[in-house]
Design a protein around this ligand. Structure first.
Ligand code: ZN
Length: 125
């Protein structure tokens, strides 16, 4: 996967970052995925690794929402686990659970890195 730096030439307010949904300003230098043409703002570019950016874009495409949509204090792994396991009782596989948890974390503005830290904290306790 490759990203190229592009200079935006579009009317104000028509472009949004694929991750945080902030408006893209006309004079911003941006990064565009050559795989899915998604545009990422400079902030998100700094915040996430290239691999994470692709994963995050896929997650929001599949499940909706955007980075930081909800308050980070809304995020409780224990509570989300409880809800998710109630949602889809028997046919829940671990990979899917992980993906759904990560999606919830991203909605609350938690980076994949912090998400892994939080999971480890819970596993250690
Ligand atoms: Zn962004």
């Amino acid at each position: 996967m490759t990203y190229s730096k592009i200079l935006v030439d579009a009317p104000m307010g028509t472009l949004k970052c694929a991750i945080c949904h902030n408006d893209i300003k006309q004079d911003n230098h941006l990064y565009q995925s050559e795989r899915n043409k998604s545009i990422v703002c400079p902030n998100c570019w700094k915040l996430f690794s290239k691999e994470d950016i692709e994963l995050i874009i896929d997650l929001f495409f599949a499940y909706g929402g955007y980075f930081g949509k909800n308050d980070s204090s809304d995020f409780s792994v224990n509570e989300i686990l409880k809800n998710l396991t109630q949602e889809s009782e028997s046919d829940l596989d671990l990979d899917q659970l992980n993906i759904k948890l990560l999606h919830k974390a991203l909605l609350c503005g938690i980076t994949p890195e912090d998400f892994v830290k939080k999971l480890n904290e819970i596993l250690m306790s």
